[in-house]
Design a protein around this ligand. Structure first.
Ligand SMILES: [Zn+2]
Length: 356
């Protein structure tokens, strides 16, 4: 008789949702050994799990015999749990049989029965640490930046196609209507700046920033009040007004603050490619966050201004990157049409106590 698994067999939300939307409904789960609301035949999950299992290779497929004698490989179920945690912790004894049922139609196991213990990561993959696709892109980026800064600014000879960034699902984030972001402005006197003056500066007063070129204003916001305050680097004698910005229309952001595969199932078939590009994504994020000496700002902001204009060209509302001085994220919006400063509050700056 065909076995069934259920949405409670899995920890991963994408898999749960898939079962809820595509399953056979209420039935008996053979792995939880109980009646469950949302059940499905494990073979229906083969396509979903294939990109994950394809990250690993059976040891005998690439390792020479004499070396293989010393390497036993690892259990594929354990590796999946260790690296991605897709299964619930409630069925530890049944994970292996569930996995073998998922892949039963493709017969990935040995003929004489389950052979789960012979898998390792692909030999040419280093989980985003030293991957060739990332290395190639990082070198191209550095050469491209050099040309923009010191050779050709508007018609560079080197080309760098970054359009794939918008195809990487883990980098696109939506900030929902009704949520809030924050902006800080400094003042010498304890006079609160009103909400209508907390927006971006007019064109003629716009200085070059990490994301914007001179004369093209962007709205620099932060994910929380503390990060907003840290970003303006106030002196202890100064005052800071914090503007609270309500999101009035959903924002689509390219988020480079912490590139991370929180859900491998969202990447689908592109999972392996995303892993091998992680190092490049992190490098771009670091470029946006790294401190630049005031005297070098004019020239050294040019590459990140280029990157941000490219992201704007791709149709995003803004870009998010890690704050170098605060614990949260910075979000540079390319216009102020989808946010509204609803209130402002003034704060005095006190020196923090530092234990010595
Ligand atoms: Zn179950």
């Amino acid at each position: 008789m065909t076995k069934l698994c259920c949405s409670d067999c899995f920890e991963n939300q994408s898999v749960k949702d898939y079962i809820i939307n595509n399953g056979v409904g209420k039935n008996y789960c053979d792995f939880c050994d109980d009646h469950k609301k949302h059940c499905i035949e494990p073979k229906e999950l083969t396509e979903l799990f294939s990109p994950l299992v394809n990250l690993y290779t059976r040891i005998e497929e690439f390792m020479p015999m004499e070396i293989m004698k010393e390497h036993e490989g690892q259990n594929i179920a354990e590796k999946l749990i260790e690296d991605w945690n897709p299964f619930t912790n409630d069925i530890p004894d049944n994970v292996e049989s569930l996995l073998s049922e998922i892949f039963e139609p493709y017969d990935i196991y040995e003929d004489e029965g389950l052979d789960l213990d012979c898998w390792v990561e692909n030999s040419d993959m280093f989980w985003g640490a030293e991957d060739e696709p990332s290395n190639i892109l990082e070198t191209s980026w550095k050469e491209f930046c050099k040309e923009l800064i010191s050779e050709n600014r508007f018609f560079p000879k080197k080309s760098l196609d970054l359009s794939f960034l918008s195809e990487i699902p883990i980098l696109t984030e939506t900030i929902k209507t009704g949520s809030y972001l924050f902006r800080a402005r400094k003042s010498e006197k304890p006079i609160k700046i009103p909400p209508r003056k907390m927006g971006m500066p007019p064109t003629h007063l716009t200085q070059p920033g990490r994301a914007n070129p001179k004369g093209i204003p962007y709205l620099y916001l932060a994910s929380d009040k503390s990060t907003a305050i840290h970003e303006v680097r106030p002196e202890t004698t100064e005052f800071v007004t914090i503007g609270k910005f309500k999101i009035i229309k959903e924002l689509r952001i390219l988020n480079l603050s912490n590139p991370y595969i929180y859900d491998p199932f969202l990447c689908g078939e592109s999972l392996f490619r995303v892993i091998t590009l992680m190092s490049f994504f992190r490098m771009l994020g670091n470029e946006l966050s790294k401190p630049i000496k005031p005297k070098q700002k004019d020239l050294h902001y040019i590459p990140t201004q280029y990157l941000c204009e490219f992201i704007k060209h791709e149709g995003y509302d803004g870009v998010a990157y890690k704050s170098h001085v605060g614990s949260g994220q910075n979000i540079a919006l390319f216009n102020n049409e989808k946010v509204k400063c609803t209130r402002s509050n003034i704060y005095s700056i006190k020196a923090e106590a530092i234990e010595i």
